[in-house]
Unconditional design. Sequence first.
Length: 402
Amino acid sequence: MGRVDPKVDEAIQRLNMKDGPSRRRLLAGTGLVSATAAASALLAACSSSSSSKAGSTTNSGTAAAAAAIGNFPKTPPWQFWFVNHVTTNAFFVPTIFGMKDAAAILGLPAPKWTGSADSAITEMVTAINTAVAGKAAGIATTVINSSPSDTSFQTPVAAAMQAGIPVVTYNADGPLIKGVATPGTNRLAYVGQALYLSGQQMAKRIMTLAKPGEVVIFIQTPGAANIQPRSDGAASILTPAGYTVVQQQTSNNDAAVGPAEKSWLLGHGSKITAALAVDGTSSEQLGPQLAATGLAGKVPAGCFDMEPGTLNAVKAGQVDFTINQDPYLQGFLPVIYLYLFNLTGGLVLPPNTDTGLSFVDKTNVGSFLATNTTYEGSNGVSTDTLVPRSGAISNPIATTST
């Protein structure tokens, strides 16, 4: 064989070409206008790709999916859509980071975030239909209808599936009647907390702190499938144990939640033995309103989710605990599942996934407050970081499995 052009030799080494057709054609120049020119072009593309990866993540879908990810083949720039019931609620800040992070790992454009700001089902249905019309590559949606007879989500989800668009639900999967799931759609899988069970666990925890008596459960939108099952689950444990459960709506308007809780506590607080909240906004306001009415530290209290105000209330002793359901995973995992479904032509089906139930109280709240991350939706944080840890991992003996 004749002398190999230096550019050709460099391309072979840098691109790690083994003994195959591409290597042999490049060496011989067969089928190419110029082996040297081709090698130069390949090297330029390689350098450009490396520079792009070293810089910021691109927002261009086509560019993002241009290269194969890991051992996966090159894919189209699949555009996923997330439909949500409270698009501006602080609870879902980690969810948004999670979906974007997963898409970035896979070289896909950031999923679209759409739906309703105030749990308007008609707006959510419109968003799903818009995603279908826009030929979305996959849809993740919350399903918040309160009754099995309400089939609002059934038709748009079925239309998406009929169009070949995979659909998963997250955070809320339709009505839970006395603990029995009635999703009402033909979605592929649910990613989120076991809501009724979480309410039962909340009740069992508060029973260790409060004697039988009247327990108020604050709820922002009674009947909503993402929070009503928690209240129902709590009542299913408390009522047979001799507690009187009072469910009290706060307000659909986030700004009015705190004043609504304070007003109720001023009028009825002297009669209660415990106070609970089952949604993020009502939970974040519970501690400050107990403090404002002189009940903090006197009335055992528990709530849900990891909003900064809720964590600070735990630290201050205004509430005894909150329950974490990992909203970051509710954004991250649906993207992974939709990607794998598309990648494998539907051979790999997404599984139902419980994103967890863990208690945060004074013994462990410090670790969450001391570390500001996108994974927990900390105020003012917009960049993912590596969170260091050391020492033993403390976890009780498992008591459940699937």
